[in-house]
Design a protein around this ligand. Structure first.
Ligand SMILES: Cc1cc2nc3c(=O)[nH]c(=O)nc-3n(C[C@H](O)[C@H](O)[C@H](O)COP(=O)(O)O)c2cc1C
Length: 202
């Protein structure tokens, strides 16, 4: 008799686990031979605040996250340097489907919530969060370096972005389920430039 009661519980648990797992997004290997050369990326870097509605494909998102703060060496070090190799900067990603944590070791996006945390109508917004306490200068410096990686990636791939300190912090902290030991420092909406920008910039 006990078994009969156990079966629906087990089925429910299995469905719940599968549903949770299916919300994570497996990223693709970064394409390290793509994009503009560094001098061209630097000469085209700029802040752009209006975006086209076109979504970024999964390969572009994978490349972007690797460039931002992915692992580029077998010893686990990153594309962005960090003071005393603390590697305290995490990248959170907001897509139409919700909020995710970029796990560079697994090269995947771990689902956090289905919050709408997109900014400026961009199809994707990155949030740079440091595992540090307020006033830790190194955390802000390290975050700035990740931010510049994102800006250079964007210019090298013809994408638009702007680093922003302004944001609805209380809402985003809730959306990303951040704790007191984390600092929400910057965000980067990323997407294709709005059509009128392209024309203006010609
Ligand atoms: C740390 C930092 C914070 C910024 N915060 C904002 C912001 O909250 N909102 C905004 O529109 N731009 C923000 N910017 C972008 C600057 O306004 C922009 O970089 C500056 O005007 C120079 O333009 P450029 O990036 O095109 O060279 C920020 C830039 C930095 C480096």
């Amino acid at each position: 008799m006990k078994k009969i009661f156990l079966i629906p519980i087990l089925l429910f648990s299995a469905t719940f686990v599968c549903a949770q797992e299916s919300k994570d997004i497996k990223l693709k290997a970064p394409q390290k031979n793509k994009g503009a050369k560094i001098m061209q990326a630097l000469s085209e870097r700029k802040s752009t605040r209006t975006f086209d509605a076109k979504e970024l494909d999964i390969q572009t998102i994978s490349n972007l996250l690797w460039a931002a703060n992915g692992i580029n060496r077998p010893d686990g070090k990153r594309t962005a340097p960090s003071a005393m190799n603390r590697q305290e900067v995490d990248v959170y990603v907001c897509l139409k489907s919700g909020a995710y944590f970029f796990n560079p070791q697994e090269n995947e996006l771990k689902f956090i919530s289905d919050a709408d945390c997109l900014l400026r109508d961009a199809p994707l917004t990155l949030y740079l969060v440091a595992r540090a306490q307020e006033g830790n200068t190194w955390a802000y410096i390290d975050t700035g370096i990740v931010s510049q990686n994102i800006s250079l990636f964007a210019s090298g791939f013809g994408l638009a972005t702007v680093p922003q300190g302004s944001m609805p912090k209380e809402k985003i902290i809730k959306d990303l389920k951040l704790t007191d030991s984390q600092l929400l420092i910057l965000n980067h909406p990323v997407g294709y430039p709005a059509k009128e920008n392209k024309e203006k910039n010609k």
